[in-house]
Design a protein around this ligand. Structure first.
Ligand code: PMP
Length: 400
């Protein structure tokens, strides 16, 4: 018998070698207690959270929590099945109404995660003989959506409008085409030049899907995402998003004005063949989405935090993923795996939690610590965070 697990031996050995050096396992952190959107207790220590996607700090919003509790009491803990086969709950409809209002679209469809939203949308709408044109640094859920379907896959260089156009120009003029873009790219925190990219896609007759997972809540006048800020809402055919970040719970969605959109409820397998979200989750999502429509103050504070942390880290001498603060994600670039893990651990011991990222999550050869800010981080916390980066950076030798 060939052990099917032997293909993982190199990875297991690499992991063991890392842990043998005495560092904590960056991928096995347990939050003993979470006390607010910005703080937790990890191994008995008060720790500032700078590695969540809780951009708007909605996880502890009293109205959101109350809505979840009420739905639990009134509808029970779960739906135990698919909406198509086992029934839609009132809460799913209300959540879709909230999304339609938030995005100003005719249609909204809720999936059980953002991953499934990309998987379902991309694999279903681009079929045999069609082309999917995607950024090389696309999220795993976008790639997996391509692989689940039957379309031809064409990649272009990350954020290159020129390369996108070159590749579109080579495709048959009458073939179906779907250009897939992200508003914010989650590893470096850079944003896509959506104005130019969407214009190129339309020039070549392609439909456009934009994943706004990391842009919802705080880009654009209504917090719809980078596409809103770029002024291209009328030319984007599908917006995919998640409830796991700014919305503060779990779930995914797609919104669109396409007149035939609703047929997807019958043909989109990652929608049809999986259980729908529990009533408490859709109730918290709907409440949160409605509150995000009036969150200008939070939005402004999040931007203030992001700009201050970016500038502060630069001033300390760290190399960052972007020239200026383009989103609420700030990537601290480090030379290799060992330095990255040592820095990550030094920060954790001081009481700061950030994300450690390396290939394949990051572009090839890139090691980084990802910081993601929250609208609820106080000015004092941002000051503390900078102090901890200075202390850890000097101890590890990343900065002078
Ligand atoms: N798209 C992007 C760009 C993401 O970063 C993520 C999650 N990190 C997803 C989709 C998937 O979202 P979810 O967590 O809801 O599955």
């Amino acid at each position: 018998m060939t052990d099917l697990f032997s293909k993982f031996d190199a990875l297991i050995a690499e992991r063991k070698a890392l842990l043998d050096t005495g560092v904590r396992d960056p991928f096995a952190i347990v939050m003993d207690k979470v006390t607010s959107p910005t703080e937790a207790v990890i191994q008995g220590r008060r720790t500032i959270l700078l590695g969540t996607y809780n951009y708007m700090g909605m996880t502890f919003d009293p109205d959101v929590i109350a809505a979840g509790k009420k739905a639990l009491d009134e509808y029970g803990s779960g739906t135990t099945g698919s909406r198509v086969l086992n029934g839609t709950y009132q809460g799913h409809k209300e959540c879709e109404e909230a999304l339609k209002e938030f995005y100003g679209t005719d249609h909204a469809m809720v999936f059980s995660t953002g991953y499934q939203a990309n998987l379902g949308m991309i694999s279903t709408i681009a079929g045999k003989g069609d082309y999917i044109i995607l950024d090389a640094d696309s999220h795993a859920s976008i790639y997996d959506g391509c692989w689940l379907g039957n379309a031809e896959i064409v990649r272009f260089r990350h954020n290159s409008v020129e390369d996108l156009e070159k590749r579109l120009a080579r495709l048959p003029a009458d073939a179906g085409k779907l250009v897939v873009l992200e508003g914010v790219y989650s590893m470096l925190g850079d944003i896509a030049p959506l104005k130019e990219m969407v214009a190129v896609a339309k020039k070549y007759g392609a439909m456009v899907l934009v994943d706004e997972a990391h842009g919802m809540g705080f880009f654009g006048e209504n917090g719809r995402g980078v596409f809103e800020e770029a002024g291209v809402a009328d030319d984007v055919d599908f917006v995919v998003g998640t409830f796991s970040k700014s919305v503060g719970t779990v779930g995914g969605f797609c919104v669109s004005n396409h007149p035939k959109f609703d047929v997807l409820r019958l043909v989109c397998r990652p929608y049809v063949f999986t259980a729908s979200l529990p009533p408490s989750v859709v109730a918290t999502a709907a409440t949160s989405i409605r509150k995000l429509m009036h969150a200008a103050d939070k939005r402004a504070h999040l931007w203030k935090n992001s700009k201050r942390l970016h500038q502060g880290l630069r001033d300390l001498g760290f190399t960052l993923g972007t020239e200026n603060a383009q989103s609420a994600i700030i990537a601290v670039m480090l030379p290799d795996m060992e330095t990255t893990v040592r820095m990550w651990q030094a920060l954790l011991e001081l009481g700061l939690y950030v994300n450690m990222a390396r290939p394949p999550a990051t572009p090839a050869g890139t090691f980084l610590l990802r910081c993601s800010l929250c609208a609820e981080h106080s000015d004092d916390q941002v000051g503390e965070i900078l102090g901890m980066f200075e202390q850890a950076g000097k101890a590890v030798g990343c900065i002078a």
